[in-house]
Design a protein around this ligand. Structure first.
Ligand SMILES: C[S@@+](CC[C@H](N)C(=O)[O-])C[C@H]1O[C@@H](n2cnc3c(N)ncnc32)[C@H](O)[C@@H]1O
Length: 359
């Protein structure tokens, strides 16, 4: 082969010297916040199996689309809009004539997602965003329907949805923003509220809870084996930051090696997040209202990320099937394919279940 067909090696370029002015603030720190300007960085982060900060990779999209089967003219509800990853895939499949109502409890991320989806061309005639807990889905459907509260161009009459999706838990944007206090790795105030305008931060909950009550939270919300011991070490104490709490968890379990201690920290954070946001009672209310929020023949899909969530979904779907609200339900849980688990480790614990309302 002629040598001249081999491209010349790129000239070696020194990496710029570290200037000592490493950005301190989250907003300055991640180039990925402006994905348009930093496409290369975003591609590199994705290729390494991570999620670029300020974004969220939707999970099991193919499987969700398969079970929800969105069709032109249908009304969809995304009860956990997040970054709009699933919504962005569902919306075009509803056209012409369909509409998606996207709910999220988070007043910080919701306007950004609404703006992002609008910029992609999803106008008010096909997409409505609502800041709401999904426990209030029936009221949201009624409000969207009520005269005067509709977005201009939104459908006249919303009796129930053809498809409803819930992708539970927190988004990568929430986890990666230290100011929200969800991250086990980044220092931030110990908050963990999806809606910081309501309720009490995790720090206040820990100060207030008695050891027995905290032990119950740790056991029920995260199956923590050392719940009683950890509760004695943490309850009634003041932890201003995420790192202070993580340090105290490690100190309470000194015999654990690093991996075991990391998992214990994750379990404590998960248990507190669920308690702070009253996640199980919101899910139970949502599941109770779900059949009534679906049109006859309507489909629901729910993605869960730990046993406490999946158990509730499985039980509610089985009861709805027995009682004749659902004509069919997922009898086996659907898991992400190996390829997705590998390329997006945050998908690994995901479980998908579905139900179809009687026609
Ligand atoms: C895993 S993310 C959803 C990601 C989304 N499917 C996507 O592809 O971008 C979960 C979202 O649900 C929201 N959320 C969690 N519980 C909620 C609730 N009870 N009501 C409304 N939104 C909730 C969180 O604020 C978060 O934005």
């Amino acid at each position: 082969m002629a040598n001249d067909s081999v491209p010349a090696p790129a000239p070696h370029r020194r990496r710029p010297r570290y200037s000592g002015s490493y950005p301190r603030r989250f907003e300055e720190k991640y180039k990925e916040h402006d994905p348009e300007r930093h496409a290369e960085t975003v591609a590199r982060v994705l290729a390494s199996g991570k999620t670029p900060a300020g974004t969220h990779r939707p999970i099991m999209v193919r499987e969700v689309l398969e079970v929800l089967a969105p069709r032109p003219g249908e009304l969809a509800v995304d009860a956990t809009l997040g970054h709009g990853g699933h919504a962005q895939e569902i919306l075009p499949r509803l056209q012409p004539g369909g509409h998606l109502v996207g709910l999220d409890a988070d007043p910080i991320e919701l306007p950004k997602t609404e703006a992002r989806l609008r910029a992609l061309g999803f106008g008010p005639e096909m997409f409505t965003a609502r800041r709401s807990n999904f426990a209030g889905l029936p009221q949201v459907l009624a409000a969207v329907n009520a005269s005067g509260k509709r977005e201009p161009g939104a459908p006249q009459n919303i009796p129930g949805a053809d498809l409803i999706l819930a992708d539970l838990g927190v988004s990568s944007m929430q986890i990666d923003d230290p100011a929200r206090g969800f991250s086990v790795k980044l220092e931030g105030p110990l908050d963990m509220r999806m809606n910081p305008e309501r309720g009490q931060p995790a720090s206040a909950l820990l100060e207030r809870l008695k050891p027995e009550a905290l032990a119950a939270v740790l056991a029920e919300n995260a199956d923590e084996a050392d719940a009683a011991l950890l509760a004695r070490a943490l309850a009634g104490k003041t932890f201003a930051t995420t790192t202070e709490l993580a340090r105290a968890v490690r100190a309470a379990l000194p015999w654990l090696r690093k991996d075991g201690a990391d998992l214990a920290v994750r379990r404590v954070f998960q248990a507190l997040r669920i308690a702070v946001n009253d996640e199980f009672s919101a899910l139970e209310t949502f599941l109770r209202h779900l059949p009534a929020c679906l049109k006859p023949g309507g489909r629901a899909a729910i993605l869960t990320f730990h046993s406490g969530e999946d158990r509730r979904v499985k039980t509610a779907f089985a009861a709805g099937f027995r009682e004749g609200f659902y004509s069919d339900i997922a009898h086996e849980v659907i898991r992400p394919a190996a390829e997705e688990r590998h390329s997006n480790p945050r998908s690994a614990p995901a479980k998908l279940r579905w139900a179809r309302r009687v026609a």
